[in-house]
Design a binder for this molecule. Structure first.
Ligand SMILES: Nc1ncnc2c1ncn2[C@@H]1O[C@H](COP(=O)(O)OP(=O)(O)OP(=O)(O)O)[C@@H](O)[C@H]1O
Ligand SMILES: CC(C)(CO)[C@@H](O)C(=O)[O-]
Ligand code: BAL
Length: 280
């Protein structure tokens, strides 16, 4: 597997693949790769001749009091995993390569509306940072397809909208959330949890499943269900950030139980913020 650190090498690698008539799939990540990321690589492989992964802890999507400095960086281990999953190349740029003029003067991409609530509400500027870096990476890699996890449900919706709005000729594939045996969605940030917190963590997905069961049993008061589920999270030891029953397409608060629904949630265990979601 090729490890690419500069833009000229990236462009010449992509050009050679294109000249050979090969189809290219792209998996953007922030590294510290786990089985969730590898499932994206495996799906990417089914859609293309070449699979390229990026590893970049993007400063533009972190808030000032977030974990940018502590975010786990495990490049050697990540490369071993990507080799085992037959990725063809990994692009690992530095912040200076991606933002040579600095973040204050960086042009940006922002998708309206879809980023208003949920993670966008709690993490000001986060989705501007995501849309901007994904646009830059798409411009560099120019893939035919790109894979994103459904765990980051709002992110996936925003990327789909961005690609449509800006006429980017890229097929976006959403990949189901990979979970531990006890239901916890795999996430790099799970590594921050101590043993006691790790034992509590599956209660996030269990609460979403409980909510889904209440809807299946005919409960129709969506706002009351949100409150009850947050209460359950609190009782389990979480500090809920948000828990919203939303319309799957607009991500706006759902009004009726008959709409296509998704429940989006974020909650803290200590300083660690976990997210998850469930479609109804
Ligand atoms: N458990 C998972 N199942 C499927 N896809 C996942 C999973 N976790 C992450 N992804 C996807 O991998 C891509 C890269 O995500 P990222 O590198 O932020 O991983 P992460 O483990 O979610 O990290 P973080 O803890 O920062 O959220 C995203 O498209 C994300 O949705
Ligand atoms: C898509 C992404 C790689 C952009 O930095 C990031 O938000 C992530 O890891 O989900
Ligand atoms: N998985 C989304 C990246 C982030 O939390 O910044």
């Amino acid at each position: 597997m090729k490890i690419i650190q500069d833009i000229n090498e990236l462009r010449s690698t992509i050009r050679a693949w294109r000249q050979a008539g090969e189809r290219i799939a792209f998996v953007p990540t922030m590294g510290n790769l786990h089985q969730g990321h590898f499932s994206l690589v495996d799906v990417a492989r089914q859609h293309a001749d070449r699979v390229i992964v990026s590893i970049f802890v993007n400063p533009m999507q972190f808030g000032p009091s977030e974990d940018l400095d502590n975010y786990p960086r495990t490049l050697q281990q990540d490369c071993d995993g990507l080799t085992a999953h037959q990725a063809d190349a990994v692009f690992t740029p530095t912040p200076a390569l991606m933002y040579p003029r600095g973040l204050d003067v960086q042009s940006y991409v922002e998708v309206p509306k879809l980023g208003d609530h949920h993670c966008g509400g709690s993490r000001a500027g986060h989705f501007r940072g995501v849309s901007t870096i994904v646009t830059k990476l798409f411009n560099l890699v120019q893939p035919d397809v790109a894979c994103f996890g459904q765990k980051d449900y709002q992110q996936l919706a925003i990327i789909r909208q961005m690609v449509t709005d800006l006429s980017m000729p890229i097929e976006i594939i959403g990949v189901p959330t990979c979970r531990a045996d006890d239901g916890l969605a795999l996430s790099s940030r799970n590594g921050y949890l101590n043993a006691e917190q790790r034992a509590i963590a599956p209660a996030l997905y269990q609460s979403l499943q409980w909510l889904k069961a209440q809807l299946a049993a005919g409960e129709a008061d969506l706002r009351a269900l949100e409150q009850q589920t947050k209460q359950r999270l609190q009782e389990a030891g979480f500090r809920p950030d948000y828990l919203n029953i939303s319309n799957q397409l607009t991500l706006e608060p759902a009004k009726l139980a008959s709409e296509p629904l998704v429940v989006l949630a974020a909650a803290y265990l200590g300083a660690t913020r976990l997210i998850d979601n469930i479609e109804i």
